[in-house]
Design a protein around this ligand. Structure first.
Ligand SMILES: [Zn+2]
Ligand SMILES: [Zn+2]
Length: 346
């Protein structure tokens, strides 16, 4: 079958690979579409979590080709897959925090196990309702590939727990930030502000429910927030109730600490992939809750329902769609922050 291997930074090669062979409890999916994730870009650029020869790709949907010994699913069913496959035996899994599974990444699709930039992909631990989710007809193949990243957005919004009168600042308007803006809107957050340098991403943020957008290249984020909320404690910074960082850059973290109010919450939903300078005093003085938000716990069914009933319009998140053999070009399109939203392959 055709697949795309990561060989070295900035080097993806379209190759022929052997067909995946499922054992009992495993599944082979004929890939319909697979999206390019921010973490795929980290892998592409720097080899993050990738060995030479790795097939990337973990945001996908497709059709079940075979699923020996897997209950609740049939050949021909359309499914999306939770690519992080919990072990079910470690302490975190046993307490229900499957997203914090402490086992190795060997069975994670697109990391230890070959991913979905391929015609077909193996799901090493196929369990319906846990790692495999059947898609209703109202969620098409473009929307189906967005379930995974939207689940990341929803998890961050849930951890943020913004109230109805809260002012929420979302830093970064890539897929995760845009999804966060949408789920904040659906959750009834008071005022939603999103900051991103790309005009395209700011325009989409407004379409998805943001009330105000900021261009951090021409505007001072803290100054805009201060105008909106009034100055923070001791006349410094601003007083956003919640800041969700979906940008993962040093300046965003600094802005977050300046813009959030005393006693507020900062949710870190992006991978930084680098060291950043940090003066922890603001966290202490403001007694902030700084929370990480990693992947997703049990958000897949809720995201599928939101796509199915139209409360999330997948098309607003997608900018490009390439056939599998043009995956290297698709990565270049995704790297172009000014012109891209989510880029799909398939
Ligand atoms: Zn991802
Ligand atoms: Zn585990």
């Amino acid at each position: 079958m055709q697949a795309v291997e990561w060989r070295a930074p900035h080097e993806l090669v379209v190759v022929q690979r052997p067909e995946p062979q499922p054992r009992d409890g495993q599944m082979v999916v004929e890939v319909a579409n697979c999206g390019i994730c921010g973490s795929d870009l980290h892998s592409y650029n720097k080899g993050f979590a990738a060995e030479p020869g790795q097939v990337l790709g973990h945001e996908f949907c497709g059709v079940v080709l075979s699923a020996p010994g897997v209950d609740g699913v049939q050949e021909g069913d359309r499914v999306t897959v939770r690519p992080l496959t919990p072990c079910r035996t470690c302490d975190r899994c046993l307490e229900g925090n499957v997203h914090l599974c402490e086992s190795s990444a060997a069975d994670n699709v697109g990391y230890g196990s070959p991913g979905a930039f391929a015609e077909r992909v193996l799901v090493p631990r196929a369990r319906v309702g846990e790692t495999v989710f059947v898609l209703p007809d109202s969620v098409d193949d473009r929307a189906g590939a967005l379930v995974e990243p939207l689940a990341v957005s929803l998890r961050a919004v849930r951890i943020a727990a913004a109230g109805r009168d809260d002012v929420v600042l979302v830093l970064g308007g890539g897929m995760i930030g845009l999804g966060a803006a949408r789920f904040l809107k659906l959750a009834g957050a008071g005022t939603i502000v999103l900051s991103d340098p790309s005009p395209l991403r700011r325009e989409r943020a407004l379409a998805l429910g943001a009330d105000i957008v900021i261009d951090p290249l021409t505007q001072d984020t803290t100054a805009v927030m201060r105008e909106l909320t009034g100055p923070g404690g001791m006349g410094l910074g601003a007083r956003a109730d919640v800041v969700i960082d979906c940008a993962g850059v040093a300046v965003a973290f600094k802005d977050a600490l300046k813009c959030v109010r005393h006693g507020g919450t900062v949710v870190l939903a992006a991978m930084y992939g680098q060291r950043i300078e940090l003066v922890p005093d603001r966290i202490v003085e403001k007694e902030l809750s700084v929370r990480g938000s990693f992947a997703y716990k049990d958000e897949f069914p809720d995201v599928i329902a939101a796509l199915a009933d139209g409360s999330v319009d997948a098309e607003l998140f997608i900018s490009h769609h390439f056939p599998l053999e043009r995956t290297p070009e698709a990565f270049l399109a995704q790297l172009d922050r000014d012109r891209s939203l989510k880029v799909l392959v398939g």
